[in-house]
Write a protein that binds this ligand. Structure first.
Ligand code: SF4
Length: 584
């Protein structure tokens, strides 16, 4: 049943109590990113650090979740252990659909459990279990235990953390249904600091689809558009890994800690090569006909009986760039072996790969020694990287403790800041040029998906600062609308504002036609207000020297252009995040 208010469950891990709240705001915030920011304003604390037990971890879905294809993501918001400011992360799997079937628009978790705990929520059920015995369990093992602990159908989603989050690494992730993740900015640690090992969402209730022809006709139209476009064929076929070769050709593939932006070896870890050598199957988030998730296999031989063990490991472009090219690991199976360890430890694979790339260069340059790294990190040496991942997750010394808090934090103490590939957080895999570097370094989530700076770089040889900044702000706003719906961003070429309004109308949310830009702007400002209110100053962001040394398809980086973009973008962000009284 469509309702204009949001239905929210608040679970307090300190008191063990839960409550259901109704909140208005559908026409102002839609859901997802807007709802999460609205709820953080209510439940979050601007004056307390990220690890304060009362800081909330919020999961929010959108108004079309379960009604239309690719409306399959969940927004998770929290105060980040990475920079102690407001942030968001997105994941799919079955999380969004399970929340819809549990009749919840959002789940807010506050407080801190005394002992390690698993929380199970459904429409008719809330339960916590003491799982202290699972301390140190890896993320995959935890999933196996949870599936037995809370039996359920395909409408059940299991979110869990690994040892890295228990040990409070600033870039530990939340594993969602094995192959999806709230990957970036330390969402796993926001759970770990609450002693929350896992959340099981039971979609134990049905929901009625709209009657009448308008909805079913529109559904069919959208389904057709999404499944017949070239973009969707690309994502289903080779998946995002298809980007390795084109970015390499464009001299935009970060390689060997971005000492290079292309390599003749890149083809060995291309999407085509992964498909030929390792691909086992495709998988999809619930409610998605595209199925961009690619699952490969790693094979290991038991020493005792000569038998083989096969393990399934998901891959995408970003993990391949971070744990392949950045480490100069140029064999598909070897890349998957590193990713397998990262998966179990529950770390963000991009941050882990980039952190290890920095450490390898620092070791090579003599800035750090094996006393710090314990293992001899060497380009292309899978075994040493697998070991280092475990050390980041379970630090044996002060060096790894600091590296687990972020590459730049570590470089500030040990040296080597110039070649720390950090743009707000460990970089995403696009050495496309000035606009992307500035966009990721200053952007709200420091994610490549905040705005299409990487795409602007690939299409524009001109150096029009105003045009580039206008694009970043407007594109971010458009993406925020889809983040409020919480649709998969791969569908943004199909779900424009008009189609979204039409889809909303078809399920019963009326009066939103023409309102999307206004809502996007409102949420954009609100998110920036939260971030700036917690101490973010975009004027102080520095872009490490390595970014001035690379050569892309356009030639060497133009420092004057990059600096103008940086100062201009900082000014626009300050403007967007100005207090409300200044807006009007
Ligand atoms: S395209 Fe991929 S990430 Fe997006 S909803 Fe489908 S399976 Fe999930």
């Amino acid at each position: 049943m469509i309702r204009d208010h949001f239905r929210i469950m608040v679970a307090n891990l300190t008191t063990g109590k839960t409550s259901i709240l109704d909140r208005p705001g559908r026409n102002e915030y839609l859901g997802g990113s807007g709802l999460a920011a609205m709820l953080f304003e209510e439940f979050g604390h601007m004056d307390r650090d990220w690890d304060d037990p009362e800081q909330p971890v919020i999961f929010a879905i959108g108004p079309l979740t379960g009604y239309f294809p690719l409306m399959s993501k969940t927004c998770c918001s929290f105060r980040s252990p990475y920079h102690n400011q407001y942030t968001e992360s997105y994941a799919g799997g079955k999380s969004a659909l399970s929340l819809r079937f549990a009749d919840l628009d959002a789940l807010v978790i506050v407080g801190k459990a005394k002992r390690l705990t698993a929380l199970c929520v459904g429409s008719r059920r809330v339960e916590t279990r003491d799982v202290e015995y699972m301390r140190g369990f890896d993320a995959l093992q935890t999933g196996r235990v949870l599936r037995k602990m809370f039996p359920g159908s395909g409408r059940r989603s299991i979110l869990r953390i690994g040892p890295a989050a228990e040990n409070l690494s600033a870039y530990a992730c939340i594993n969602v249904d094995t192959y999806r993740h709230f990957g970036r900015m330390g969402g796993g640690t926001a759970m770990g600091v609450k002693n929350l090992k896992a959340i099981c969402i039971l979609g134990d209730r049905g929901f009625a689809l709209p009657e009448g022809k308008a909805y079913s006709k529109l559904y069919k139209d959208i389904f057709k558009q999404l499944t017949t476009t070239e973009m969707m064929a690309k994502y289903h076929g080779l998946g995002t890994a298809v980007n390795i070769n084109p970015l390499n050709e464009l001299k935009s593939l970060p390689w060997k800690n971005m000492q290079q932006t292309s390599s003749p070896e890149a083809d060995n870890i291309s999407g085509e090569r992964f498909a030929d050598d390792t691909l086992l199957r495709n998988a999809a988030c619930a409610g998605c006909p595209v199925g961009c998730i690619h699952v490969g296999f790693v094979r290991e031989q038991f020493q005792t009986n000569n038998q083989y063990l096969y393990r399934q490991v998901g891959y995408d472009y970003e993990p391949i760039f971070a744990c392949g090219g950045m480490l100069e690991v140029t064999d598909t199976g070897e890349v998957l072996r590193i990713l397998d360890v990262i998966e179990k430890e529950g770390l963000d694979n991009m941050s882990s790969g980039v952190a290890m790339a920095w450490a390898t260069e620092a070791l090579e340059k003599g800035v750090i020694s094996e006393k710090e790294t314990v293992v001899k990190l060497t380009w292309g040496d899978t075994e040493s990287y697998m070991q280092a991942v475990e050390y980041i997750s379970r630090p044996p010394n002060d060096f790894y403790k600091l590296l687990a808090q972020g590459t730049l934090k570590c470089a500030e103490v040990y040296g080597g800041k110039d070649y720390a590939c950090v743009l707000g957080q460990e970089m995403a895999g696009y050495a496309t040029g000035e606009v992307f570097f500035v966009s990721e370094a200053l952007g709200f989530r420091h994610a490549h998906l905040d705005a299409g700076g990487y795409s602007w770089d690939q299409k524009h040889e001109d150096k029009d600062v105003k045009a580039a900044l206008d694009f970043l702000i407007d594109d971010a706003r458009d993406r925020i609308v889809l983040n409020c719906m919480v649709g998969c961003l791969f569908s943004r070429g199909v779900y424009n504002d008009d189609l979204l309004a039409e889809a909303l109308e078809s399920v019963g949310y009326t009066g939103l036609k023409g309102k999307m830009p206004e809502i996007g702007k409102r949420v954009q400002k609100m998110r920036w207000r939260l971030r700036l209110g917690m101490g973010y100053d975009p004027n102080k962001v520095k872009i490490p020297k390595r970014y001035s040394e690379v050569t892309t398809w356009k030639g060497p980086i133009d420092m004057d252009y990059m600096d103008a973009l940086r100062t201009g973008y900082a000014a626009r962000i300050m403007d967007l995040g100005a207090p409300i009284e200044d807006d009007e």
